[in-house]
Design a protein. Structure first.
Length: 484
């Protein structure tokens, strides 16, 4: 534990959904749900308007539609989210060399290591300045927690949501934690929480009062010891600048079970290409290829093959995944496929030669799987399906994704079906736009790249030295502008 609250935790507010609302003026202030839209889709993020209706992440999309039938349901646009995430992480990197990203929208920062804070006043000013910078550069809001440990900083940012800041003064940790649910502590999930509840422990105060010996008896030595320390507000984990990934993987869940073996093989090869793209983006190579197959009865099988050395060769990964598929019975139907690479390593010289030799093939295959079909043609689908035309339209025109019409300009897909695609034409800085409908093969309509969320972003090239101390007119209610 530090004597000053110089560990900062940033958590962007409803990140995916907020980015979509910022990009689409017609959705601001309305319920927005981002995730898979098929019968087996799952909610990735819901806006606060949707959360008030009971929708939350990891909920089946079908259930979300029952709770919020009038919400906007959109397919994720990860290219946009990564761009915004890069902007946010670049701002964090100016505060300290020790930035520990946890995901696209969440990170720890060691302010003391960067010399940007050494006491409560400077930590608060830095946190407020960060929120100002993020809003000016991205148009989005983030919640900030400041404390003397990572655990407390993360709890503080959660309590500050949405769009707030909470600073926990060292020495007040136990008082703050005492009335909170045991579920607020890291590692206490539904099962552990229920086990503790049956033992009469529902608050953090109950855990501290029970003592270490009793917690060890209930949940085991390792977990019990850690749980007791957390209940006392103790956490000595440092902020780590680089978190080594243990694996890289991609997977897809299919709206309709796949039965045709040729189609299954084609999907595995497509996933292998995507996996290698991610591997190369991380400047890594891997030695073990893993195949994941979830069958029609929800049984999940994994198969792996360890290669002679690490690789990022798309041909090697694709062929290894194909060999693994041969050992799996898929005749009953497949609902999910995944391809991953583990045993990661930095590039070797051999990997670099392989990359140069296969770069053209990788780019070509990626284009084949991302580009729309040629004019007058259809994408090849080995398995006949009466719904294939609708599925192809949904893949070419995903709800929420960007398009450009030669006459009407930039817009986004509201939906597609029955050979038609409906588009709303608007830009992040425009007024809500009009809605028009086109044939799915309209030659004047094509997919487009996302637009920036802020057209004229403020100049923060000299930040943090020139950063204002707080946002004018910012709403500090709801959680947490003052210390507990």
């Amino acid at each position: 534990m530090r004597p000053a609250p110089t560990i900062l935790h940033l958590d962007m507010d409803a990140f995916y959904a907020s980015a979509e609302q910022a990009a689409k003026p017609s959705l601001r202030g309305k319920a927005v749900v981002v995730g898979g839209l098929g019968p087996r889709g799952v909610v990735a993020t819901a806006s606060y308007e949707a959360r008030r209706l009971g929708v939350h992440s990891a909920m089946p999309t079908a259930q979300a539609r029952r709770l919020a039938p009038n919400a906007a349901y959109l397919v994720p646009r990860f290219s946009l989210y990564r761009t915004v995430s890069d902007q946010v992480m670049e701002l964090l990197g100016r505060l300290s060399p020790l930035v520990e990203p946890l995901s696209l929208d969440e990170a720890f920062v060691d302010l003391e290591a960067g010399g940007t804070a050494d006491d409560s006043a400077s930590a608060r000013a830095t946190g407020e300045g960060l929120r100002t910078a993020i809003h000016a550069v991205t148009g989005l809001s983030g919640s900030v927690g400041l404390a003397g440990s990572k655990m407390l900083a993360k709890i503080a940012s959660e309590e500050a949501k949405p769009d707030g800041l909470l600073l926990i003064e060292p020495g007040t940790e136990r008082e703050l934690l005492a009335p909170m649910s045991v579920r607020i502590l890291p590692g206490v999930g539904p099962a552990t929480g229920d086990h503790l509840r049956r033992a009469g422990m529902t608050t953090v105060h109950d855990l501290a009062e029970a003592g270490e010996a009793e917690l060890v008896r209930l949940v085991g030595k390792a977990h019990g010891h850690g749980l007791y320390r957390m209940a006392l507000g103790l956490d000595d984990r440092p902020v780590v600048a680089e978190r080594d990934a243990k694996s890289v993987s991609v997977e897809d869940t299919f709206d309709v079970d796949l039965h045709d073996r040729v189609r299954v093989r084609a999907e595995v090869e497509r996933l292998a290409v995507r996996c290698v793209e991610r591997l190369r983006a991380a400047d890594r190579s891997g030695r073990t290829v893993v195949l994941k197959v979830r069958r029609y009865d929800f049984s999940t099988l994994t198969r792996s093959e360890t290669l002679r050395g690490p690789t990022d060769d798309p041909t090697v990964v694709r062929e290894a995944a194909g060999r693994l598929l041969e050992s799996v019975d898929t005749t009953g139907g497949v609902r999910l496929l995944g391809v991953g690479v583990t045993g990661l390593a930095d590039y070797t010289q051999e990997d670099l030669f392989a990359q140069a030799a296969d770069a053209r093939e990788l780019a070509q295959r990626a284009q084949e799987h991302s580009s729309p079909p040629e004019e007058g043609g259809e994408e090849s689908v080995p398995e006949p399906d009466p719904d294939s035309a609708e599925l192809l339209a949904a893949r070419r025109w995903p709800a929420g994704h960007d398009v450009r019409h030669e006459k009407h300009g930039h817009g986004w897909v509201q939906g597609s079906g029955v050979g038609r695609v409906t588009v709303r034409f608007e830009e992040p800085w425009s007024a809500p736009g009009r809605v028009l409908t086109f044939r799915v093969d309209d030659p004047l309509l094509r997919p487009a790249d996302p637009l920036p969320l802020v057209r004229d972003a403020a100049d923060y090239s000299s930040w943090p030295a020139s950063l204002p101390k707080s946002r004018s007119g910012a709403d500090s209610s709801g959680g947490g502008e003052s210390s507990p």
